[in-house]
Structures are given as structure tokens and as C-alpha cells.
Design a binder for this molecule. Structure first.
Ligand code: HEC
Ligand code: HEC
Length: 362
């Protein structure tokens, strides 16, 4: 990333943030543009809608809401009074569910009502670089929309907009934050969605051991390097077409594939349910492999509890069907057929993708 590009990005944000409209009771409102630093090697095409530029005030508000049960219209002292977005998107689990999560049941999170969403949760890092669609099946390209849906989903926060707006606007501290972020104290669902989406766009994970290796700051061990080669070659484990690598450091293409999990993969909620294209039966978005060490359980239905189970699947458990993506080159062998020591190498490489900075520092 050249300083020129950073400069251009900052200017753009400034321009967007300071197009201050002089509305009634809202003069000279100009919040501080948030300086989103794009790490070296990362793509520069950001998914930031022009009507919701990042501001310091908006991000601070969104962060407060993300960790607060006020976002489901609740203040109380029962055991679940802390239930909020971060219950299912835990920072120490790369903003995913995480293996030890008390709200994990049968591979899926359990919402505030005790029922589970149709799918496993997803990690909320590097969302700002995704221009292909969010959620497992890519239903939407709008984080704002997902925030509103998560608040109201009976299997997640199960709130009503009326309750949420009432509880948040009853708190003076929040009213002040809304004023700082949006110019007036008014609390609306739209503003809540905008603020939380802003915060989520700032969650950039780019400081794993592998990133330090790319930046020349740290060396990988011989085993990790062997794993990296396996990951990135067709004759090896052949993971890179869908999960990226050095040239695609997000460790996902953000695209949708059937990765041979099931012989009969037709299921509600897959990519086919969005596109209607028969080739998309059983296809889901390839998740990022960043922080994969801590984001268990794995796959759209959370069927694998450990990384070892995932690796066994790719090594010898592939299930053929008419919908398997052509990038699954090992399908006719049932998997990558690596030796135990090669599998250990591949795993060692995957463990270099853990970014302690994002997991402890947000
Ligand atoms: C009960 C657990 C639960 C709670 C609480 C929850 N989520 Fe989620 N989240 C999920 C699940 C499950 C998915 C994947 C849904 C799917 O694709 O079917 C998800 C996906 C997402 C995604 C999409 C990520 C991507 O890369 O596509 C975003 C953004 C998100 N959640 C934000 C939030 C926000 C903001 C809140 C609080 C308002 C929240 N979630 C609360 C379980 C939860
Ligand atoms: C054809 C594209 C493709 C290839 C090749 C591929 N994957 Fe995946 N991978 C996916 C998709 C799609 C998913 C999600 C599937 C689902 O949930 O139904 C996934 C899921 C995963 C997950 C679970 C992620 C999570 O957060 O749940 C891991 C770990 C993973 N892959 C590792 C690998 C490794 C290691 C390789 C190489 C041996 C590999 N993948 C090869 C497409 C691919």
C-alpha cells in the first residue's frame, strides 16, 4: 500500500463525511472522518456505502451497541441480560462463535429465545473487503441490513424496533452519542444499523504471523513453510483457488462453492436459494481462513468441531455429487490423500493465520 493510496482513501472519506447537509435543527454538523488504514497487500475496493461513511463518532457508537444488550431492547439482571451481538460474535474467537461458547449447541449458536438460526455463525473480520455478498449464501451486500435482521431475528436477538429504540433513547449517554454521530439525539433503527455497520467495517485482521512473514518481519518455520506450499499448490492440498493465499491475503475469494461436503447437498438456505442456478446446490461462501484456529465450529452447519476434523474431510472424506465445484480437483480420489506428516504441516500453516491483535484488542 503506497502512502499515496492511503492519502486518496482518507481524502475520499473526508469528502464523504463532510458533505454536511444543513437540515433543520442540524447546522454545521460535521463528525470526524475515521481513518481506516488499509494494510499492505490488501485490496483497496471497499464496501462502504456512500450514504454511510465511517466517522469516529459513528464507529464509537456502533462499538458500544455491539457489546450492549440495549441493542435488543433490554436492560436487566437475569443471567442473559448481557446477551448481545458479541455473544455469538466473540472477539477472542475472531468475532465468530468459538468452541467453548456456552451458546453453542449442535454446531450452531443458540439465540436469546433458546432456538438456533438455520446456520452456524460467521467471523466478522475484514467484512469491508467483501463486495460479493454477505452471509453463507450471499443474500445481501449490505451490513446495515444484516444488523437490523439480527436484532429482529427470533433465533438471534429477538427484539422489536420499538423496544430497541425505547431502551436506547432512554439512556442519556446514548442520546449524546447519537447526536455526535448523526447530528441529533434521535434514535432510529436506521441509525443503529448504520453505526453498528460502521464499527464492523473497522474490524480488519491483518497481523497474524503469516502477515508478519509477508511483511518480512518474522520467519515461518520449515514445517509452516511446507504447509504453505501444500496449501498453495494443485499437486499439494489445493486449497488456494477458493481460500486465497499470498496473492489474496483475505484467505477467501468471497465466492460460493460446493466443496463436496454431502452426496445429496440440496438444502434450503444454500447459494441455489439465492441464484436459482442448479450448479449452486450445496454451495456456500468460502469463509476466510484467517483466525481459523479459534473460529470453531466449522462449515455452514457447524458439523466439524475441530480443525483436525476439517482436515480429515478434505484429505479423505469428499462426497461426490453433480454439484461439486470444478476446483475440487481431488474429488475422484476422495480427497488430497496427504500423509499424516503432510497434514500436520498443512495444519501448522493454518495456525499461522491467527491474529492475536484482532482477537484481544477490539
Ligand atoms: C444467536 C447468535 C447470533 C447473534 C446474537 C448475532 N448473530 Fe450475527 N450471525 C449469526 C449467524 C448464525 C450468522 C450466519 C447466518 C447465515 O448466513 O445464515 C451471522 C452472520 C452475521 C453477519 C454476516 C457476516 C458475513 O461475513 O457474511 C454479520 C455482519 C452479523 N452476523 C452481524 C451481527 C450483529 C451486528 C449482531 C447484533 C445485532 C449479530 N450478528 C448477532 C449469529 C448471530
Ligand atoms: C472449491 C473451493 C474450495 C476448496 C478447493 C477448498 N475449500 Fe475450504 N471451504 C470452501 C467452502 C465453500 C467452505 C464452506 C462450506 C460450507 O460451509 O458448506 C469451506 C470451508 C472450509 C473451512 C471451514 C471454515 C469455517 O469457518 O467454517 C476450512 C477450515 C477450510 N475450508 C479449509 C480448507 C482447506 C485446508 C482446503 C485445502 C485442503 C480447502 N478448504 C479447500 C471452499 C473450498
Amino acid at each position: 500500500m503506497s502512502s499515496h493510496r492511503i492519502f486518496t482513501a482518507i481524502c475520499l472519506l473526508l469528502l464523504l463525511a463532510c458533505s454536511c447537509k444543513k437540515e433543520e435543527n442540524k447546522t454545521d454538523f460535521c463528525p470526524t472522518p475515521y481513518n481506516l488504514v488499509i494494510p499492505r497487500y490488501f485490496p483497496t475496493q471497499l464496501n462502504i456505502p456512500s450514504d454511510n461513511p465511517l466517522t469516529e463518532e459513528g464507529v464509537a457508537l456502533g462499538k458500544a451497541l455491539f457489546y450492549d444488550s440495549s441493542i435488543r431492547g433490554y436492560i436487566g439482571d437475569n443471567p442473559d441480560s448481557m446477551f448481545c451481538c458479541a455473544t455469538c460474535h466473540v472477539p477472542s474467537a475472531g468475532f465468530d462463535l468459538g468452541a467453548g461458547n456456552p451458546h453453542l449447541r449442535n454446531g450452531k449458536p443458540v439465540g436469546v429465545n433458546g432456538t438456533s438460526p438455520a446456520h452456524n455463525a460467521m467471523p466478522l473480520v475484514n467484512l469491508v473487503f467483501n463486495n460479493e455478498g454477505y452471509l453463507w449464501n450471499g443474500t445481501t451486500k449490505s451490513i446495515e441490513e444484516i444488523v437490523g435482521a439480527a436484532i429482529q431475528d427470533p433465533n438471534e436477538l429477538a427484539a422489536t424496533p420499538e423496544k430497541v429504540v425505547a431502551v436506547i433513547s432512554s439512556q442519556a449517554a446514548y442520546r449524546a452519542m447519537f447526536k455526535a454521530a448523526f447530528g441529533t439525539e434521535e434514535v432510529t433503527m436506521n441509525r443503529i444499523e448504520m453505526a453498528v455497520a460502521q464499527y464492523l467495517r473497522t474490524l480488519i485482521s491483518a497481523n497474524s504471523k503469516f502477515d508478519k512473514y509477508l511483511r518480512g518481519e518474522e520467519q515461518l518455520t520449515a514445517q509452516e513453510l511446507r504447509g504453505y506450499v501444500l496449501f498453495s499448490t494443485e499437486e499439494g492440498a489445493d486449497c488456494f483457488h477458493c481460500h486465497g493465499g499470498a496473492g489474496t491475503p483475505l484467505f477467501t475469494t468471497h465466492l460460493f462453492y460446493n466443496n463436496a461436503l454431502d452426496a445429496h447437498p440440496e438444502a434450503a438456505g444454500d447459494r441455489f436459494s439465492v441464484t436459482g442456478d442448479a450448479a449452486d446446490h450445496g454451495a456456500y461462501r468460502a469463509p476466510t481462513l484467517r483466525n481459523i484456529e479459534v473460529t470453531a465450529p466449522y462449515m455452514h452447519d457447524g458439523r466439524f468441531g475441530t480443525l483436525d476434523e476439517v482436515l480429515q474431510f478434505y484429505n479423505s472424506g469428499l462426497q461426490n455429487s453433480p454439484y461439486v465445484h470444478p476446483y475440487m480437483h481431488k474429488i475422484n480420489d476422495g480427497g488430497a490423500c496427504l500423509t499424516p506428516s503432510q497434514l500436520a504441516d498443512l495444519k501448522a500453516f493454518l495456525l499461522t493465520l491467527t491474529d492475536e491483535q484482532i482477537t484481544v484488542n477490539n
